[in-house]
Design a protein around this ligand. Structure first.
Ligand SMILES: N[C@@H](CCC(=O)N[C@@H](CS)C(=O)NCC(=O)O)C(=O)O
Length: 219
């Protein structure tokens, strides 16, 4: 058994699982992946030993358990990466934390109307509420790239936790054909071209389980 274990759900649907999985992979952290299929009769029974919330993702590191995607990413950065999960400067770090928290707590319409589904590929017209959320994300991506992106292709130049938080959204935006401005579109493509995001999508597409859209919207 490895020191670091990450419990995740279906790659096809579990957007929050992707965030810490991507962070660990991008920083080349050796970990064991435990995958539990969501929304089956025995899912709660299988999650019980690992997850106090009965949700994924969960990180197990020696005798520490961390649940919730953003808390896990924070823990990984602080304890396994020497803080490298965030941009270095205090101003950029504060910005990156604010944006990541916004992704985590906002965009309820996006999460419901355009849930991550790696197999989906069709135009799904957004409601007005969703259009407003897409416009907000477009503005964040364009602003970050313009203000902070000078040393690389990610939001704050080099890869950070904020990019992990947006990876599932990039997958949804591509699936359902979001209309984005030039800079935001380029950034979305950068996330989609990331080799680990590619790997996640490929493995997700191979999964056999099919959840109805109502289920998928909460995953
Ligand atoms: N805020 C939590 C949300 C976790 C969450 O909703 N996970 C979904 C899968 S992505 C889940 O475990 N769903 C199972 C359920 O609701 O029973 C996080 O960021 O980790």
């Amino acid at each position: 058994m490895k020191d670091i274990r990450l419990v995740i759900g279906n790659k096809n649907y579990s957007s929050w699982s992707l965030c810490p999985w991507l962070l660990l992979n991008m920083f080349d952290v050796d970990f064991e992946e435990i995958q539990i299929t969501l929304y089956q009769d025995n899912t709660a029974e299988k999650l019980g030993p690992y997850s106090p919330s009965l949700k994924v993702p969960v990180l197990l590191h020696k005798d520490t358990t961390v649940w919730d995607s953003l808390a896990i990413c924070e823990y990984i950065s602080e304890n396994l990466l020497g803080g490298a999960g965030w941009p270095g400067s205090p101003q950029r770090k504060a910005h990156a934390r604010s944006v990541s928290a916004e992704v985590h707590s906002e965009f309820a319409t996006l999460k419901t109307e355009w849930p991550m589904n790696c197999k989906a590929s069709y135009r799904l017209s957004p409601s007005q509420e969703l259009e407003d959320e897409v416009a907000r994300i477009d503005a964040i991506w364009s602003c970050c790239r313009r203000r902070f992106g000078e040393n690389g292709k990610y939001l704050y130049g080099r890869f950070s936790i904020t990019d992990c938080m947006f990876a599932p959204i990039a997958i949804s935006f591509e699936s359902y054909r979001a209309d984005l401005c030039g800079d935001a579109n380029t950034y979305m493509q950068t996330l989609l071209d990331n080799p680990f995001v590619q790997k996640w999508i490929t493995l997700g597409r191979r999964e056999k389980e099919h959840l109805s859209i109502a289920y998928a919207s909460t995953a």
